[in-house]
Design a protein around this ligand. Structure first.
Ligand code: AMP
Length: 392
């Protein structure tokens, strides 16, 4: 068991909290502030306990001097201040005298946000490669370290692993919630346990399939990756997405678990993306067609499995959902699982984006805030940003 923020005496302490403020920004405006909202519980707890709160986060990628302006956390500081209804001091640097003096002058309950940690990637990737002196320096600014950035927990960076190596450390409420939900599903699932796997490539999901096929009762496969499985079974898939080098893998795993891996029985095709859609049985795909969504019979088939399941994890949209013509399958699955009483967990990244954009945000039990990090957990791997945290 990892220590959490609740295991520390925070009064008068300088508490460094690594949060995930990697929010989308367009034309100088934050277009989705969900990640800021997800951090509030931990920050408010620190304020309530009379700590001095020092926040660190990355935002986007910083490869050139020009990247700095569009990736400054200044906008985030303003939004956070609105959400907290409290002043947030923004320090436009990642190290130096201004930062050190501002921290020296903090009172209990004050909140301070340091500039984007990835500004330190400009001369030698110090943040992303966890350069020792950077983690040591940031650790010197605090007394306690709390990691609450689930979205980067699968990476060993200076702002998580680096700092945690030098300070007493714990996890925040967001990471605690993420771990609790994934553990419930993966370690001792109420059965039947069904996984919906979609997305574009089999290659990206090999580790997930290999791990979950041993834990889950059923794996329902849709999305671009389904066509590689279908082709491996000798079905004509036309111009649909295919991972040629993974055909053998798909064939072997399907032969080993024929009753566990459930493939589409119909498909929505088009001759080109955006051209007229046609509904076809899976054996009727023509050479010049592309499969872009699961069909209604597949939705019904998947529904039978989902309705009898007690635990459901969903990773990857089952069609090219960004295009309205191919979002029915994903939308119908959202509708089906939103009416169930099972534990329903949605992976981060594209799956979260799909479920949120289709309006089902509050209709499942957990939507992960980390795409890469949730994939790691589904692969059965541990996360370095959490491994490093002190045990109770
Ligand atoms: P991933 O990041 O692997 O979960 O893949 C998500 C992407 O897969 C989304 O952008 C979808 O548009 C895409 N996708 C889902 N189904 C298909 C399909 N049948 N053909 C092509 N792309 C697809």
């Amino acid at each position: 068991m990892k220590k959490t923020i609740e295991n520390f005496e925070l009064e008068n302490k300088r508490v460094l909290i690594r949060v995930d403020f990697n929010v989308p920004i367009k034309d100088g405006k934050i277009t989705d502030d969900n990640r800021i909202k997800e951090s509030l519980k931990t920050i408010k707890y620190g304020i309530e306990k009379n700590a001095k709160i020092i926040l660190l986060s990355h935002l986007g990628r910083v490869k050139t001097e020009e990247d700095k302006e569009k990736n400054s956390l200044k906008l985030v500081a303003n939004r956070l201040s609105d959400l907290l209804e409290k002043e947030v001091t923004f320090i436009p640097e990642t190290r130096g005298k201004t930062l050190e003096n501002a921290i020296k002058n903090m009172n209990n309950k004050d909140v301070l946000l340091i500039e984007n940690t990835r500004f330190e990637d400009l001369n030698g990737k110090k943040e992303s490669e966890n350069e020792e002196s950077l983690g040591t320096y940031w650790a010197s600014l605090g007394d306690i370290f709390i990691n609450d950035a689930f979205g980067t927990a699968h990476r060993a960076h200076a702002s998580n692993v680096g700092i945690a190596s030098h300070l007493p450390s714990g996890i925040g409420f967001l990471i605690e919630k993420e771990l609790k939900n994934f553990k419930k599903a993966l370690e001792n699932p109420e059965r039947p346990f069904t996984v919906i796997l979609g997305g574009s490539k089999v290659t990206d999901k090999i580790g997930v399939i290999e791990n979950l096929v041993t834990i889950a009762d059923f794996i329902l496969i849709g999305g671009g990756m389904a066509y590689t499985f279908l082709k491996a079974g000798g079905i004509e898939i036309g111009k649909s997405l295919v991972d040629e080098e993974k055909l053998e893998f798909c064939k072997n795993i399907f032969e080993k678990y024929p009753n566990k891996i459930i493939l589409p029985i119909d498909t929505i095709n088009a001759k080109e993306i955006g051209a007229e859609s046609v509904h076809k049985a899976i054996h009727q795909i023509e050479k010049e067609e592309i499969g872009l969504d699961i069909g209604p019979y597949t939705v019904e088939l998947f529904k039978d499995y989902l309705e009898k399941s007690k635990t459901i994890i969903w990773n990857g949209p089952v069609g090219m959902f960004e295009n309205r013509a191919y979002q029915e399958g994903t939308k119908n699955l959202c509708e089906i699982i939103s009416n169930l009483n099972s534990l329903r967990i949605v992976g981060g990244g594209d799956t979260a984006a799909a479920v949120i954009s289709l309006g089902f945000q509050d209709k499942v039990d957990h939507i992960s805030t980390g795409g890469g990090a949730s994939l790691y957990l589904l692969e059965g791997k541990t996360l370095p940003g959490i491994d490093i945290i002190d045990d109770i």
